[in-house]
Design a protein around this ligand. Structure first.
Ligand code: ZN
Length: 302
C-alpha cells in the first residue's frame, strides 16, 4: 500500500511537512520520498549526439557524467537528512547509468520495457519529483538535441498545452499530486520548463546549433545542482511548490512525420485523425493519457 504523502497543501493554507516538523513522529525518520528521472542529453558535459548513443564516440564518458551528476544530487539530498530516493533511468534503452557506482542509498529502475517509461515507479506516495539531464521539446530551434519521445514525433499537445517529455511527465506526476521540484538541462529546456513549472532549475549548457552545445564544466553543474536541491527541498517543506495539472479528461494530439504512423494508430478504438499527420484521442485522465502516448510513439512503429 502506498505511504500517505507527508507534505500536503490544504485549500488556502500551508501545511508543513511531517518530516520537518516532528522528528519523533511516525514516518519522520524516513524523510521525504523523492523520484528522480534522469535523461542524458541535458547532463553536464554532454555536447554531441554521439555521446548519447550506445554506439557513439565517448558514450562511456557520458555514462560516467550521468552517474556522477545523479550522485551529486543524491548527496545533496542526504546532506539534509534521511530520505527515500528512487532513480529511474530515462534515456534510450534506459540502461545508461553505471548503477553499481550509484550512491547505495538509492534504488534504481533499469530497462525501457515499462509502460510508464520516464515516470515508471512514480506514484502518489512521493513528495516530489526531479527531472535531471532533460532536453527541450521537438521543434524548439534553440534546443540541444530537442525531441519528444522519438524523432518521428513532431509535436504533442495535452488539452492544448504543447508539451515535450518534461510536460508529459509533469502532467503524470501532477495527476498524482506530486510536484516537480527541480529540473536541469540545456537553456532552452529550462525556458520551456519555466513556462509551466514552478520548479528550481539548473542550466547545464546552451545550444550553439541543434546538435552542438557550449558546455558548463560538469563540476560546476554538480555544484549548482547541489545548491538547487537545498532550495527545492526548503520550498517543498514549506508547501511552496505546486503540482502541475492539465485537468481531466485529457485530449491528446500527437503529430508525426508521416501519415503512415497516424493511419496505423487508427486501429486503437477511440483514436481519430485530426489531419493526415496528427492522431487524436481523449483519455479519461493524465495517467491513461501517459500510457497511451508511450504506446503511440514507442511501441507502435511504421
Ligand atoms: Zn534522452
Amino acid at each position: 500500500m502506498p505511504r500517505r504523502r507527508s507534505c500536503r497543501r490544504g485549500r488556502g493554507q500551508l501545511v508543513l511537512c511531517a518530516w520537518l516538523l516532528a522528528p519523533v513522529a511516525a514516518g519522520a525518520q524516513e524523510g521525504p520520498k523523492l523520484f528522480i528521472s534522469v535523461d542524458m542529453e541535458g547532463i553536464g558535459g554532454v555536447g554531441t549526439g554521439a555521446m548519447t548513443s550506445s554506439s557513439g564516440k565517448d558514450y562511456g564518458t557520458a555514462r560516467r557524467l550521468m552517474t556522477d551528476e545523479i550522485n551529486a544530487v543524491v548527496a545533496a539530498i542526504f546532506a539534509r537528512g534521511p530520505a527515500q530516493v528512487v532513480v529511474n533511468d530515462s534515456h534510450g534503452d534506459h540502461q545508461n547509468v553505471l548503477h553499481t557506482e550509484l550512491d547505495p542509498r538509492v534504488t534504481y529502475i533499469q530497462g525501457a520495457i515499462k509502460p510508464l517509461g520516464m515516470v515508471q515507479g512514480l506514484d502518489a506516495s512521493f513528495d516530489g519529483a526531479m527531472f535531471i539531464g532533460y532536453h527541450a521539446r521537438a521543434g524548439d530551434p534553440n534546443g540541444f538535441l530537442a525531441h519528444t519521445g522519438t524523432g518521428s514525433v513532431k509535436g504533442l499537445w495535452l488539452n492544448d498545452h504543447e508539451v515535450g517529455e518534461a510536460g508529459m511527465n509533469a502532467a503524470f506526476a501532477g495527476m498524482h499530486g506530486v510536484p516537480v521540484i527541480l529540473v536541469s538541462g540545456d537553456s532552452a529546456f529550462v525556458a520551456e520548463a519555466h513556462g509551466f513549472l514552478d520548479a528550481e532549475a539548473v542550466v547545464t549548457k546552451t545550444a550553439v546549433t541543434p546538435s552542438a552545445a557550449r558546455l558548463e564544466h560538469p563540476e560546476r553543474v554538480r555544484a549548482k545542482l547541489g545548491a538547487a536541491v537545498g532550495t527545492a527541498l526548503d520550498r517543498l517543506a514549506r508547501g511552496d511548490i505546486r503540482a502541475w495539472s492539465v485537468g481531466a479528461p485529457v485530449r491528446i494530439r500527437m503529430r508525426f512525420d508521416s501519415t503512415t504512423h497516424v493511419e496505423i494508430l487508427q486501429s486503437i478504438p477511440g483514436m481519430s485523425k485530426e489531419d493526415g499527420f496528427t492522431a487524436a484521442y481523449t483519455a479519461r485522465d493524465a495517467d491513461q493519457a501517459y500510457r497511451l502516448i508511450r504506446l503511440m510513439y514507442r511501441f507502435v512503429q511504421e
